[in-house]
Design a protein around this ligand. Structure first.
Ligand code: GLA
Length: 764
């Protein structure tokens, strides 16, 4: 298979299952023809939009051509001023004019990638096509880059603008890509939310008009992830056409889908043009971040698999690429700022070892005067009152216990109440002729200042190297009210410089990025941090939506997911320990609670959970993930040589209907054994009903039940089934759920927020 072909002015980019086709028209414009299932190069004419008659009131491109108007041409990159009235991908102003008319000059095809200057980007492409275009009148040159990843069915795009004139221009917008798609009945799926409520699926049917998503909080944001999908109305998880888009960028972003009167959908994305104005002097150039595009005609699950494979193979770096991630214990939800070394060792680390955990993470509160979030950020001196002997002694004790050692930092921010601020108030970022605006009591640091970047690199390097740190949790806890879009971009370049200097030379360090949870879950950060803390919300019921939303765009190996104490500090909801594990297992598992408060029974359950997770870890982190959409329950399924599938319930209704288990991607002819994962129900959940099975009458609120519930639970019914792959794909019925008419060992107990995980193995 040729990856990039060029013949008779037509370009064909090929991946395993997709074709991307465009051509140079008779005027030199790049006309988009097709992005979808595989087609032949010779199909270009049949596939392209026809221009046999002029549309009313449009502007003709050429005075002797009364048919051709750029307004109804699908284009590779839209600009304003020559008859195309769709939203432009470039806005640049020189001498009061915004008009641009880029036409083909030449092209080159190179092996592999051409890295983006000063920004992270993907690696390992098969080939890259660079199409050089130019506007002969204003002297601007525009290069369009297409990198092809045949195995993952991904094409990445980006643009580089070069000022080839002698004048200075002001650049207001330069999108990474533009895709003019002609399809009927499209729906846009974006992933929006807030702190504690990230990546909730948000669907909009597209009518004539413009739909935009974006961020103006300085970072990719919990309000709206930069990744989004477009699907046909009838597309489901397992059938139909869908397109996926994302950006390798962590700053203010913008994407729009506009449907015009001809039903051309112009899709584009890149750095947010809001308040963006960059001076482009003679000879200077501007490079956009890279955008990632993918297509599938086999449903949304398959589309997500393209993203997952692409990220695991071409975005994530370091020794942790494709490596199983350790089960961690994090101090934050259990202890907050209030701990002593003794608590960390006795209550957390020793228990963690005996429960089978592998990595100890000391979260916020270990440095300076940081006993609350009001002070200390910017300082790196260990608080000796909390940790006598300092971080190196803690790290060595943790290592002696056989655990890896990890630590929290928030290097981009500064508290006014800190030693650093006393010495270097100029490092803090705010408009000095206005009062400062705080977020979580902190200011950001000016990462455009090389001295600030050196300060961070020096201190974090020392922290890692002097204390044999194996893992870093890099947090960033506020939004940025940047003076301009341009400043935001320069800040991001500064951040990437810092991350590159710190982590590329230390590939053994497991770097987990965090931003009040998922305020910066994006491909830019994933180029440095193999995993990201998905959300500060650890309530598993909320997490189902958050992790499901993330799964459309990102693989399970990138999602930090922790079991925490119930009732949950974010929702006050009480949830079963089993469900907390069952959600967190679909990601990089951790625990975030005071382990010394676990009851004897909970300890046994947690130890079993961890052993189970480790046994199936490769499947949970790197298996093929499927979202189910066949019944009222949320289903997470992950498949490697084995399948782990879980059905999650929210609110139980009386007389629950029959429910089925549907599996994906099995061999029709083979026979499989399905076994439910054993677990215990907490006796207290049954209240006074316990007396229906107890030989003696018990007070459900009394001491005996209380004590009993800490050492004994009720075994969930163990279910086993056998079925062929064909039967499992069409769906097998599960045992009945409890109906209120009685109970026996074969009946499943539903419970609000309950869940059941099944292990599916081929029978030899
Ligand atoms: C943020 C993070 C949390 C925790 C706290 C510590 O909120 O998202 O996980 O690290 O900061 O202050």
């Amino acid at each position: 298979m040729n990856i990039i072909d060029f013949k008779d002015n037509v370009f064909l980019l090929s991946t395993k299952e997709t074709s991307y086709l465009f051509r140079v028209d008779k005027y030199g414009h790049l006309e988009h023809i097709h992005y979808g299932p595989k087609v032949r190069m010779e199909d270009w004419d049949a596939l392209s939009l026809k221009h046999k008659i002029l549309f009313g009131s449009t502007v003709m491109y050429h005075e002797r051509d009364d048919i051709m108007t750029l307004d109804s041409v699908a284009q590779e990159y839209g600009s304003y001023g020559q008859g195309d009235f769709k939203e432009a991908s470039i806005e640049i102003e020189g001498n009061g004019s915004y008009t641009c008319d880029f036409r083909y000059v030449s092209h080159e095809i190179v092996e592999g990638n051409v890295p983006v200057k000063d920004l992270p980007s993907s690696y390992g492409a098969a080939q890259t096509l660079i199409v050089h275009t130019a506007d002969d009148i204003n002297g601007l040159k525009l290069d369009l880059y297409y990198s092809v990843y045949p195995e993952e069915d991904v094409i990445s795009r980006r643009a580089v603008l070069i000022n080839g004139s002698r004048k200075t221009f002001t650049l207001h917008r330069l999108m990474s890509y533009c895709l003019d798609l002609f399809e009927k009945d499209l729906v846009m799926m974006d992933f929006s939310g807030a702190w504690d409520k990230e990546t909730h699926l948000n669907e909009k049917e597209l009518k004539q008009g413009t739909y935009t998503i974006g961020s103006r909080v300085g970072f990719s944001s919990a309000k709206c992830n930069p990744g989004f999908l477009i699907r046909r109305k009838d597309t489901t998880e397992d059938h139909g056409k869908a397109w996926g888009f994302n950006l390798v960028y962590s700053g203010n972003h913008y994407s729009s889908v506009s449907k015009d009167e001809y039903s051309i959908h112009r899709i584009q994305g890149g750095i947010s043009p809001e308040r963006f104005h960059s001076e482009l002097k003679a000879g200077q150039s501007f490079e956009t971040p890279e955008a990632i595009l993918t297509f599938s005609d086999r449903g949304l699950n398959h589309l997500s698999h393209h993203f997952h494979d692409f990220i695991n193979e071409h975005i994530v770096r370091s020794d942790w690429k494709k490596k199983e991630r350790p089960v961690l214990i994090n101090s934050w939800e259990g202890f907050g700022f209030d701990f002593k070394k003794d608590d960390l060792i006795r209550k957390l680390a020793r228990n963690a070892v005996s429960l089978g955990m592998e990595l100890f993470v000391l979260d916020d509160g270990w440095f300076g005067r940081r006993n609350s979030d009001k002070r200390g950020l910017g300082d790196y001196n260990c608080n000796i009152r909390k940790i006598p002997g300092g971080i190196s002694s803690l790290s060595s004790e943790i290592h002696k216990l056989g655990l890896l050692f990890g630590i929290w930092v928030e290097p981009e921010a500064i508290n006014v109440d800190s030693k650093l601020y006393e010495n270097h108030p100029e490092y803090a970022l705010w408009e000095k002729d206005r009062p400062p605006f705080y977020g979580r009591n902190e200011l950001l640091m000016d990462l455009t200042n090389p001295e600030v970047r050196d300060y961070i690199v020096d201190n974090v390097s020392r922290l890692i190297d002097d204390n044999k740190v194996d893992y870093i949790k890099w947090d960033m806890n506020r939004m940025m009210n940047a003076v301009s879009g341009e400043y935001n971009h320069e800040y991001l370049k500064g951040l990437y410089d810092v991350l590159g200097r710190l982590f590329l030379p230390r590939p053994w360090v497991l770097f987990e990025s965090c931003s009040s949870g998922g305020n910066r879950f994006d491909l830019g950060m994933l180029c440095y941090s193999p995993q990201i803390w998905s959300s500060d919300d650890t309530d598993p019921i909320e997490r189902i939506d958050i992790q499901k939303g993330l799964s459309y765009l990102y693989p399970l190996s990138t999602m930090g997911a922790h079991v925490s104490q119930s009732p949950h500090m974010q929702t006050l909801r009480a949830t079963p320990l089993e469900t907390r594990f069952n959600v967190s297992a679909y990601g990089c598992l951790g625990y975030e609670l005071d382990l010394s408060l676990l009851s004897r029974l909970e300890r046994i359950e947690v130890a079993k959970q961890i052993a189970f997770y480790k046994q199936h870890r490769h499947t949970f982190q790197y298996g093929r993930f499927y979202r189910g959409d066949q019944d009222e329950y949320e289903t997470f399924e992950v498949k490697d040589d084995e399948t782990m599938i879980t059905k999650f319930r929210r609110i139980v209704h009386a007389v629950p209907v029959y429910d089925k288990l549907y599996l994906h991607d099995l061999d029709d002819e083979k026979v499989y054994r399905i076994e439910s994962k054993p677990y215990l129900h907490n006796l207290k959940q049954f209240g006074h009903l316990i007396n229906f099975v107890s030989p003696v009458k018990l007070n459900s609120e009394g001491k005996i039940v209380d004590t009993l519930s800490k050492i004994k639970g009720m075994e969930a019914s163990i279910q086993t089934y056998e079925a062929s792959g064909a039967a499992l794909k069409s769906g097998i019925y599960l045992n009945n759920l409890f109906l209120g008419t009685g109970y026996n060992d074969n009946v499943r107990i539903p419970l609000d927020y309950g869940s059941d995980m099944y292990e599916v193995k081929e029978i030899q």
